[in-house]
Design a binder for this molecule. Sequence first.
Ligand code: CP
Ligand code: NVA
Length: 331
Amino acid sequence: MDINLKGRNFLTLKDFTPDEIEYLVTLAADVKDKKKKKIPVNHYQGKNIALVFEKTSTRTRCSFEVAAHDMGMGVTYLDSLGSQIGNKESIADTARVLGSMYDGIEYRGYGQEIVEELAKYAGVPVWNGLTNEFHPTQMLADLLTIYEYLGRVKGVKLTYMGDARYNMGNSLMVLCSKMGMEFTACTSKDYFPDAGLVELCNGYAKESEGSITLTEDVKSGTKDADVIYTDVWVSMGEPDEVWAERIEKLLPYQVNKKVMDNAKDNAIFMHCLPAFHNFKTKIGMQVYEKFGIEELEVTDEVFESPQSVVFDEAENRMHTIKAVMMSTLGE
Ligand code: CP
Ligand code: NVA
């Protein structure tokens, strides 16, 4: 595969061909293997990256930091409280300042247009670490995890349950339709993905021989699925007031044992994390006290079951982010 991604931004998988996506995942598998064998991939000394987080993070931040350290690069973490970003300085000005000092910039924040603007002015590769609309680095980790567990991607039926209009639902629909997978959004129609994006992805699916199904019916939606995927019902940046409606509309789409039993015998459970599978978190406890529900998008039983591959997914964030940085920064 003659693929060169040097100088490219990584803002959404819409911008990448199936071959390029495959290339990134193959590279990630290679650097994962090297890390396990303690073979260093650290010829990036002298390079520096900036991590801009306007929303909180555990996995994405740590993945960028560990990957950068492994690669021999310097890292600066900036949040909106400890920097001028968003308050005293525009994104365009911030982009030009950071672009003059750093070799690459990660951005996590709100609208996709913000990361697009950052990329327009930075002059160095910009990597989307999550916006309201897309979470592309998560997609590579998920693809690598699916390969590791199922050994294939084409024809794999992935059923996404929950809020399918947000970053995770959108991104999985793009990923699956590009890679020839059968994507099903199984949720209340109020949470179906945007019609324009569905149309675009139907075009990708036509080329890749994948498919897109939107259904409110749990039984048919999860029947014989290879992957059952869910995400939090209320995303970062959304107001607390939406909890009541989300619980009412999405509780029928909770991933529980019945759902997993309806999927294939060897089906895996995936979640980008963090997850509300018990009330051992501040927000989980608040929801429990207000609504009396102990488990939200996934039951503890499924989350802790052998079918759950969520911590492999989390680890794969680091290897795949390393692949994104390596390929866009160049050798
Ligand atoms: N999955 C994910 O992006 O996790 P963080 O919010 O912890 O980065
Ligand atoms: N939809 C979630 C994803 C977290 C990784 C959010 O935006 O908060």
